[in-house]
Design a protein around this ligand. Structure first.
Ligand code: SF4
Length: 726
């Protein structure tokens, strides 16, 4: 392993300062890292970074404690016959795991071996490519990640409409923006063309100063919504209704881009017919949003010249997620919000092979062409299988049953939909391997726990943000620290297993070497082969904007005849279904009156899914995921701050601690997901929270295209359980 040289002398000779970037979440904020006697003593933002300008968040600033935390797993663990764990070397653990994998492959076939990479794994630029390569090497299609239970609609919806090869408008010169259920001030996430998590407060202030109009669609007055010109506080689950209503107004008033639609849209009339039933009065009543605000929002968006509509995680977890995503694309398309010939793309797309960026449409096609799942007529898409079926793939006998699972940087027991089903699945496996630095709720069920490197112990590139950076920006980090313990980078787990199984580890740049041990950098080069900027060049261009390398949109191929399809048959059918529903709860086949509240998902500034409760500063911000409620709803139920309630859905119940929140609309409970532990009865809810995933069913109201489960806008009822000050 090569350790980055100190780049900044300090007055304290025992301390050196290094440049790196945070990998707690995907935003990849640059950091200065102080190291004293091999330990991180401080981190801070890089003030002169040309894109982030010193921005970091509270989660990233806890890296020193995360690295040196006494409870960090630094040595692999193996379950004994009596159920307890014993420490073993990583080599011994991998020997045992490989022997079990060999037995399972020989007995059931390669599909019986599955892996799941969670949000934590996604922060490592080679974790997902290595897991994918492992599956290719052993010829198992059972490759799963958190993307398919998070925002899968984003991966498949553009293929159904057709894709504008040069992409939709950039944020940097937007004069209008619609943000549907995202809040980068807290999540650090924004869709392409939306406000990103790179210094979001300043970036939004600058955009507003240049005159950008902001429309936010969200049942909660979020940090972003409080800065909006128009905030449509929609009822949870009604995003598709509201978006269809906005489209209807724009078409009806002739506010769309006629010239663009004439040239590039094949079925504007059919679109108009399909959204016509979504009259403003109907939409206003159903969404509980004033009609004049809906009209004003439609006109404001259409009056802009640049800027997009984009969605976040919440709408992608609510009923009809692929339809919601589709309608966002429709809004952008009919208003002609695409990059035109001569425009510059915002991001440099440096880490992926260069593809043409012509001002033309790539014809619609299905993205859902992967291996068939065994449930609900679902299939794989974009090289992955749908995680919402994985518990059933494990527990259901028959050809193709999954018997071994490798979890990398994820916590299925609190994150996968239907917690009770997930726990059954974890108990049913013949082999469960968890790669995690803490004893998570899922690790409790493992046969082996592999101790991984943490971010500052490995090299990386900002592989997710490369598509979203608001400038053609590159960064790279070497490892800053020597490894603390017998820990492995995620790619090493799969490389070691491949070695023992005699399988290959094929990356885009070729097979990983087997005769010599590759370095982190070698694997990054293999995983990001043929990138627009060679990785060796990226490595020499850290924290740099390359205005001269911005991608320029070129003219359409004169022979291009492809057009967008805005109203394909299945979308027309789904719009009719939505129009006939009385409420989003209908999508679940549920009598909404018995479940008068809607539970919506949210982010918290001090947590990223299940990560953070072990860190003292973050834990001090709150040890539970409160059920945020409007004070008037609390008064109606005689509930005060800190009281314990039971939240019941048609599937199950959770306990939660109530906190008043005037920013949440009435009838809504707003909770962060992926908290809690493995107990189904929440005895420790005040200490560790509770997983809202327990409340949902995998086979009710799922998205027929992706299998996405309804995990937000969940119909629930509440009951007071315990007064805090009884
Ligand atoms: S926003 Fe994400 S990458 Fe940036 S400091 Fe916070 S956790 Fe780290």
């Amino acid at each position: 392993m090569s350790i980055d040289e100190a780049i900044m002398p300090t007055s304290d000779s025992a301390t050196s300062t290094h440049l790196s970037f945070c990998r707690v979440c995907h935003a990849s904020c640059p950091m200065e890292v102080d190291v004293t006697l091999g330990r991180v003593t401080a981190v801070r933002g890089v003030a002169d970074d040309p894109l982030f300008a010193g921005y970091t968040c509270i989660k990233g600033r806890q890296i020193p404690e995360q690295m040196s935390h006494p409870a960090r797993i630094r040595q692999s663990l193996r379950r004994r016959a009596d159920g307890t764990f014993e420490e073993v070397s990583s080599a011994d653990a991998l020997d045992g795991i490989a022997a079990e994998l060999r037995r399972i492959i020989d007995t059931y076939g390669p599909r019986a071996v599955a892996s799941y990479t969670g949000t934590g794994g996604y922060q490592n630029s080679v974790a997902v490519p290595a897991a994918r390569a492992f599956h290719d090497g052993i010829k198992s299609s059972s490759f799963y990640t958190s993307v398919t239970i998070d925002q899968p609609a984003k991966s498949v919806a553009p293929f159904r409409t057709g894709i504008w090869e040069a992409g939709y408008h950039n944020f940097r010169d937007a004069d209008v923006l619609i943000a549907v259920g995202y809040n980068p001030m807290v999540s650090s996430y924004g869709p392409v063309g939306g406000l990103q998590g790179t210094d979001p407060f300043v970036k939004l202030r600058e955009a507003k100063a240049r005159g950008m109009k902001l429309i936010v669609i969200d049942p909660r007055r979020t940090e972003l919504a409080s800065r909006a010109d128009i905030h449509l506080a929609v009822k949870p689950g009604e995003d598709p209704t509201l978006l269809a209503g906005l489209i209807n107004i724009i078409l009806d008033e002739g506010l769309f881009d006629h010239e663009f639609c004439d040239q590039w849209v094949s079925d504007l009339d059919a679109l108009g017919k399909s959204v016509a039933p979504f009259t403003t009065d109907y939409v206003a009543q159903r969404c509980d949003v004033p009609a004049d605000q809906i009209i004003a929002a439609a006109r404001m968006f259409a009056a802009g010249t640049k800027g997009t509509c984009g969605t976040g995680t919440g709408p992608n977890m609510a009923p009809h997620p692929s339809l919601t995503e589709h309608l966002g694309i429709v809004l952008n398309t009919i208003c002609g919000r695409v990059n035109r010939e001569g425009d510059l793309l915002e991001s440099g797309l440096f880490l992926y092979p260069e593809t043409p960026k012509r001002a033309q449409v790539i014809a619609p096609r299905s993205a859902v062409t992967g291996a068939p799942a065994r449930f609900r007529n679902l299939r794989g898409y974009r090289g992955e299988m749908p995680t919402a079926t994985l518990s059933e793939e494990i527990i259901t006998p028959g050809e193709g049953r999954v018997r071994a699972l490798i979890v990398s940087g994820g916590n299925p027991v609190v994150a996968w939909p239907d917690q009770e089903l997930t726990i059954r699945a974890m108990n049913d496996l013949e082999l469960l391997v968890v790669v995690d630095h803490r004893m998570s709720a899922t690790a409790e069920f493992a046969d082996y726990v592999i101790a991984p490197t943490l971010a500052l112990e490995r090299a990386d590139v900002p592989h997710l943000m490369d598509r979203w950076f608001a400038a053609p920006y590159t960064n790279y980090t070497d490892a800053i620290l020597e490894r603390d313990g017998d820990v492995l980078n995620e790619w090493e787990v799969f490389w070691e297993l491949s070695q023992r199984l005699g399988s290959t580890l094929p990356f885009p740049g070729g097979d990983a070497p087997t005769d010599t041990r590759p370095t982190d950098h070698d694997i990054i080069e293999l995983a990001y082969a043929n990138s627009r900027m060679p990785i060796s060049e990226v490595r020499n261009n850290r924290r740099k904007i390359h205005p001269e390398k911005a991608m320029v949109v070129t003219a359409a191929d004169p022979s291009c005849t492809a057009k967008f399809t805005m109203a394909p048959d299945d979308i027309v059918e789904e719009l009719a279904v939505v129009r006939n529903e009385s409420d989003g709860a209908d999508a679940l086949g549920i009598d909404g009156t018995r479940f008068p509240f809607r539970l919506v998902s949210r982010r918290l500034k001090h947590r990223l899914n299940s990560l953070g409760n072990e860190l003292s500063v973050l834990a001090a911000k709150g040890s539970t995921n409160p059920a945020y409620m409007n004070p008037s709803d609390m008064a109606a139920y005689d509930i005060a701050d800190g009281d314990l309630i039971e939240i019941t859905s048609p599937r199950a119940s959770v306990h939660a601690v109530v906190e008043s929140a005037p920013d949440v609309r009435t009838g809504v409970i707003s909770m962060a997901h992926s908290w809690g532990g493995s107990s189904l009865t929440d005895e420790k809810v005040r200490d560790i929270g509770t997983p809202t995933s327990r409340l949902v069913s995998v086979d009710q109201g799922f998205d027929p295209l992706t299998g996405m489960v309804v995990q937000s806008a969940i119909p629930v009822a509440i009951k007071l359980l315990e007064k805090l000050n009884a």
